[in-house]
Design a protein around this ligand. Structure first.
Ligand code: GDP
Length: 482
């Protein structure tokens, strides 16, 4: 394995000159474009407290999933997350939907909160995540767990669009998940459905009846009006998306909730992404393993097979896994043990040899990377006027090679959810993301996460400094050569 000095420097977040200097100390003369053999690279990395053997181990801990042939794919039901501003009725709507469930009336079971539930409608089934809001949504996404197929954005027809409505909308957009709008509280006399449509049209959600492609469904979660129509809209959207999976292979899924249960031990709710999970299956989840000893749905009923998109509470974990962890059914207990042992080793290496991420004072460096085609910007500012002014000035910047897009712009401090949004957005091919904080600070959680994940939060007090900075950044992105 060979690596160039420049590449090694980039991987370790160091300047090439620092590596060259260290190589000289070791008696090796090299220039920035020279390749190093793996021994030399290891040696020099060790000098900086880094280890370069981690990568091969990283490949070994991945569980290989077989590719599905088109003929093996079967339709699967949609997984939905409800988002919206506080008090606009997310919880109430989740309740109303749950109680519309045909199956619930059939089984007469008592509803259990397991983090997700499945409803049966005359036209099909739908899985709902029971933790509403964009924080949980983006936290899962930041961990690579893409479970949501459709977002239902709840907006109160009385209050109209509010800051968190926009925030939720931007998180859903960044995830490229289609949005259906539920205009709630239409039972109240002050309700105005048209105002919501108007306000959201300005955000790019043009209603179908106005020539756009967003479905708006008027509902009252309280009076249970429009629930059936909403479920139908979801199924219609799902149909257009042609959601498919292969139920005839070992199950893969994501943990959405977990806990230690007295009597039952560690349990977790898993949403099946592909394949099926069966009683007796051995599995690996993060650095935990186990065997499926029991599976239950949200009415507490026993389940023997969990198919794609099904949420099930699973018993049989060795330890409590974390929300967002990936769940893999594996062929044997021995294999599960082997993977877990390797993952623990990797974790240990990563912890002891934690690559010292030098906190760049100059964000130019931490952001300079190859092939950036799009710079995604999150703006947090002191007042709405500043938000608008910054947006306006950024949109005026012209650059032939890098597109600037504003992911989210709002009043208030930089929050952890902003950092997560930057993180997941920057991980897309050809993208970089940055948070601009105008006369606001980042809260402690946001700061910590930004440092850990290498997300740049740049603070400003004067608007033109932002434009200068971004222009400089764009220039820099194109001229960086590795
Ligand atoms: P969340 O914060 O978005 O989860 O909102 P909740 O579901 O907790 O609802 C907030 C408040 O709005 C509660 O007092 C609900 O009873 C009320 N509410 C929710 N939906 C409706 C509705 O359709 N009509 C009316 N009149 N009130 C509603």
């Amino acid at each position: 394995e060979v690596i160039t000095v420049a590449e090694l420097a980039r991987k370790m977040n160091l300047k090439a000159s620092e590596i060259i200097q260290k190589l000289m100390d070791l008696g090796v003369t090299a220039t920035i474009n020279d390749s190093l053999d793996s021994d030399t690279a290891t040696l020099v990395a060790q000098e900086f407290n880094c280890q370069v053997t981690v990568r091969s181990l990283k490949n070994e801990v991945e569980i290989h999933e077989t590719e599905d042939r088109p003929e093996d794919l079967k339709p699967r039901i949609p997984v939905v997350t409800i988002m919206g501003h506080v008090d606009h009725g997310k919880t109430k709507l989740l309740d109303a939907i749950r109680h519309s469930n045909v199956a619930e009336h059939e089984s007469g079971g008592i509803t259990q909160h397991i983090g997700a539930y499945k409803v049966k409608t005359p036209r099909g089934e739908i899985t709902f995540l029971d933790t509403p809001g964009h924080e949980a949504f983006t936290a899962m996404r930041a961990r690579g767990a893409h479970v949501t197929d459709i977002v239902v954005l709840v907006v109160s027809a009385v209050e109209g669009v509010m800051p968190q409505t926009i925030e939720a909308l931007n998180h859903a957009k960044a995830a490229q998940v289609p949005i259906i709008v539920a205009v709630n509280k239409i039972d109240l006399p002050e309700a105005s459905i048209d105002r919501v449509k108007q306000q959201l049209s300005e955000q790019g959600l043009l209603p179908e009846e106005w020539g756009g492609d967003t479905m708006y469904i008027p509902v009252s979660a309280l009076k249970k009006i429009g629930i059936e129509e909403l479920l139908e809209a979801i199924l219609l959207q799902a149909e257009m998306m042609e959601l498919k999976a292969n139920p005839n292979k070992p199950g893969v899924g994501y943990v959405v909730e977990s806990k230690m249960d007295i009597g039952r031990g560690a349990v977790a709710t898993v949403i099946v992404k592909n394949g099926s999970i069966r009683i007796g299956d051995y599995f690996v989840v993060g650095t935990t393993m186990g065997r499926v000893r029991g599976m239950f749905d949200d009415t507490g009923a026993k389940v023997s097979v969990a198919y794609p998109s099904y949420p099930v509470e699973i018993m049989g974990f060795d330890a409590v896994p974390e929300a967002g962890d990936k769940f893999h059914v594996v062929e044997s207990e021995d294999f599960a043990k082997e993977i877990v042992a390797k993952r623990l080793e990797l974790k240990r290496i990563e912890e002891t040899n934690r690559i010292k991420k030098i906190q760049m004072e100059n964000a130019f460096q931490s952001l300079s990377m190859e092939n950036v085609k799009e710079l995604k910007v999150i703006i947090k500012a002191d007042v709405q006027g500043s938000v608008e002014a910054i947006k306006h000035s950024l949109l005026k910047i012209e650059n032939p090679e890098v597109k600037i897009s504003i992911l989210h712009a709002a009043v208030g401090a930089v929050l952890e959810s902003d950092v997560m949004l930057a993180e997941v957005s920057a991980s897309q091919e050809g993208s970089a993301a940055i948070i601009l904080a105008f006369r606001v600070r980042a809260d402690a959680m946001a700061k910590e996460r930004a440092e850990q994940q290498g997300v740049t939060i740049k603070r400003f007090n004067i608007i033109y400094e932002i434009t200068d900075y971004i222009e400089g950044l764009l220039k820099n992105m194109q001229t960086v050569e590795y």
